[in-house]
Write a protein that binds this ligand. Structure first.
Ligand code: TRP
Length: 337
């Protein structure tokens, strides 16, 4: 840096991913991969959102394993814990505390409008718990605790981010400047990856095995799943989501993984068949995932390193979180400790 030049304060980013099982290729392209791209330009905090996960009942041993696996995958996808703060949400107790306070600044009517609650309560009709209902408040707290400027999220979380902004503005309206009002960060790259079996629906690990690629699938499994992927009978390779959703999905996966231009890619398939397209998408997928899988296997064996990462992460996150929590509690009128 030049002398006399004050360093520009980096904008802060917070995001979270739930440890609900092995992520899909869609999660990788849509979220995990982009996190790494932000690491130099922003001050990033990334958490494994394990408090959110118990809104759906979890088997304890499996849950613990999924949480560690998610941290392992974040490291394997290239995040550098020296640059980004990586932590488990449950290790920073301020998340649960702020969620309680914010619950008292959020209206039933607002939560009632959340479409994800409606979807999830239809799906888990036997366990429509209060946590599922107030989940967006917990998420608002996640973001506001760190005074985050930007929040990378997918489309499905936009409504939750809107509520977070409403809550922040409401609190600021009552008490003055308590929280930074965050903006969504929607990445320019990162196609929406669709199901291989029903390409008009999003790729999801809660659907049939053959409809998604998991980031830990072996080359053989990847090959098989793409071989069975739905195409159509048009017998030509075009990017036309409306009329050829299956073919277009495979094309966008290639584009997303190679950063190739769609028009050029389509041109390169001129005169070729669906077999060629499937071979190409299989190759790039295997090539992308192989180094991540190798690093994942390596890092998961290094328990000491993993521990160091999440402990240091929680310490740094906890420091920032405590500052915001104390500020807010003082404004509300709580007696200082
Ligand atoms: N609710 C998000 C999801 O299910 C995960 C999440 C929790 C999150 N807290 C967050 C994302 C804070 C962004 C910011 O995908």
């Amino acid at each position: 840096m030049e002398p006399n030049q004050t360093p520009v304060k980096k904008q802060r980013i917070l995001s979270g991913i739930q440890p609900t099982g092995t992520p899909t290729l869609g999660n990788y392209i849509g979220a995990m991969r982009n996190w790494k791209l932000l690491e130099d330009e922003y001050e990033c905090l990334y958490m494994v959102a394990d408090l959110h996960t118990i809104t759906v009942r979890q088997e304890p041993a499996k849950f613990r394993q999924n949480a560690m696996q998610m941290l392992g995958l974040l490291l394997a996808s290239g995040l550098d814990p020296k640059k980004s703060t990586l932590f488990f949400q449950s290790h920073v107790h301020q998340h649960a505390e702020l969620a309680w306070l914010l619950n008292c600044y959020t209206y039933m009517g607002e939560m009632n409008r959340m479409t994800q609650f409606k979807d999830k309560s239809a799906k888990h009709a036997d366990n429509i718990n209060c946590g599922l209902f107030t989940y967006p408040v917990l998420m608002a707290g996640d973001i506001l605790l760190y005074q985050a400027n930007l929040v990378p999220v997918g489309k499905d979380q936009m409504q939750h981010l809107e509520i977070c902004r409403d809550i922040a503005q409401r609190v600021n309206g009552v008490y003055g400047n308590v929280f930074t009002v965050p903006e969504g960060y929607y990445s320019k790259v990162g196609a929406r990856v669709m199901s291989l079996q029903e390409p008009t629906r999003k790729m999801s690990k809660s659907e049939a095995e053959d409809s998604f690629i998991s980031v830990l699938d072996t080359p053989d499994v990847i090959r098989r799943k793409y071989r069975r992927a739905v195409t159509d009978s048009e017998a030509c390779i075009r990017f036309d989501v409306e009329n050829q959703p299956g073919v277009s999905n495979l094309l966008s996966i290639i584009c997303a993984l190679t950063s190739e231009d769609m028009e050029k890619l389509v041109a390169s398939f001129e005169g070729k068949g669906y077999g060629d397209l499937k071979a190409a998408v299989t190759d790039v997928t295997i090539e992308t995932l192989a180094p991540i899988q190798a690093e994942f296997t390596r890092v998961m064996k290094d328990k000491k390193y993993m521990e160091e990462v999440y402990r240091e992460g929680a310490q740094r996150a906890g420091y920032l979180a405590e500052r915001t929590l104390q500020k807010f509690m003082k404004k509300i009128g709580y007696v200082a400790k």
